[in-house]
Design a protein around this ligand. Sequence first.
Ligand SMILES: Cc1ncc(COP(=O)(O)O)c(C=O)c1O
Length: 282
Amino acid sequence: MSRYSYVNGRFLPHRDAHISIDDRGFLFGDAIYEVWSVRKGELLDADGHFGRLQRSLGELRIAMPVTIPALKLVIRELLRRNRVRDGLVYLQISRGAARRDHAFPPAGTLPTLVMTAKRVDFTAADARADQGIGVLSLPDQRWARCDIKTVNLLPNVLAKQAAREAGAFEAWQVDEAGKVTEGASSNAWIVTADGVLVTRPADNAILHGITRATILRIAREAGLGVEERGFTLAEAHAAREAFITSATTFVTPVVRIDDKPVGNGAPGSLATQLRQAYLGPN
Ligand SMILES: Cc1ncc(COP(=O)(O)O)c(C=O)c1O
């Protein structure tokens, strides 16, 4: 079955889907992106991701190339053409293609909109959640606006690769004050010895995860103790549980940080319950 992608108003076979080498996303990383998981044909946390997409564009003063209702129709068609019932949608919008100059391009330069969709077998992610993952800690080397979902992911790429080379699934980045900011592609959480959920507040040092926001809501509705504050690696090592959240990993327990087990070294019950609450019955 051939795969279709969407480029500036057209559905194209994936191998024929191209953008200009003058595209500012390619030249400067002058672009934002979004990722949705698709389960049983539906986008998870759809509106949260559409809202963040608009915010990212607004922060960078890139015009939204289509309306949200039109975008929803395009995504639906992309899923249909690719026969995706369980999978991912990736969207990227750049400031467009123009003669190379750091400053914004001439007025009227159209943003570039690219979307891809692919099927994902979530059983691997489920197995990972059943086992729990290891994380590697390292210094956060990123810029001061990590709240914007830009494609400038080089520090995240290097952090993730370092994690993989150390046999870990994710990297936890640590700021100069010794507090964990977030993962290379996920938000970071711990559960303290007395059962309080802790995650860093949605400041400019982290991406305001849509899964994070939903888990905060679920936890508060369930009456769990929640604190939005920074935590150190020492606190994480002493925690009862730790986990990550993201659109593609949902809630995934962390069982090892560097060379030390978290809690009893097995996935925590709160993380497991939150994952089930997030995904709903199978
Ligand atoms: C750096 C970073 N933090 C957090 C997240 C989690 O955000 P979300 O839950 O919206 O996927 C991501 C997702 O890719 C990310 O790249």
